[in-house]
Design a protein around this ligand. Sequence first.
Ligand SMILES: C[S@@+](CC[C@H](N)C(=O)[O-])C[C@H]1O[C@@H](n2cnc3c(N)ncnc32)[C@H](O)[C@@H]1O
Length: 257
Amino acid sequence: MPYPIVLSYMQAERLLTARKQGQQSVEVSPDLGISMVTAKLSNDGVEFPRGEQVSWQDIEKIKKATVNCFVVENGGIRAIQVFSEDTNRMCSLLPTKRTPSMLIAGFTMHRIVDIDPMQDTLKKIATIAPISGRVLDTATGLGYTAIEAAKTAEQVITIELDPGAQEIAQLNPWSRGLFNNPKIQQIMGDAFEVVPTFEDIVLIGLFMIRLFSVSRENSIQVFFISNYTGCLSVGGACFITSETWRASRVRRLQEER
Ligand SMILES: C[S@@+](CC[C@H](N)C(=O)[O-])C[C@H]1O[C@@H](n2cnc3c(N)ncnc32)[C@H](O)[C@@H]1O
């Protein structure tokens, strides 16, 4: 099945500018900047190459939405947001000038001020490079960490607690690798319960303590040290994020044993 078109204010602005300039077609991205296609412009709206149409009224609505991306479906648009009953939180795909992030209960999942979420991910990955062997990513989110780690790792296991977050990832064009890379195995569950069942892994734990931990939030640090490092292989790296991203640090097990 072809991927649905996903648009943000970035593409809406481009389309509206082209319309204003009297253009009959314009190059625009149907997937938040990953690729470009030529869309036809008419008085009614925009037509994409596979025939999907979006009215100018909907394009105006997308342009005004700074905290939502939209999927084009059933002849209209739908904001990519989900209320997660399991965690009682609202999750949505947050547009940026390039790679999107996710808003969970009002908090952004990546750094977005003066940095793109993908650059943010690459920086974190660089702190524990080279990544090889079996990798455990304790918090899937949009899957950027898992996707990047899978470029060099043998296998990546990634755990997500919130079905709402996974639903958002399924609609995010930048998260496609999560669902089509055979090296990545996704597990839905609580990392606190799943992690102790593993052995011999290289671990990337990307928790934002207090903000994103749903359960036992005050005991994550303890959990990391007693349980996570317990299943690390010698030489394995554990990326710990506490309270703020600035407080992030890397623990290498070989230095601690
Ligand atoms: C900071 S984001 C992770 C960002 C992600 N690594 C990426 O590249 O997009 C945190 C994610 O961890 C999930 N999470 C929070 N507590 C969890 C737990 N105990 N077990 C598994 N996932 C959890 C949240 O639902 C959220 O989707």
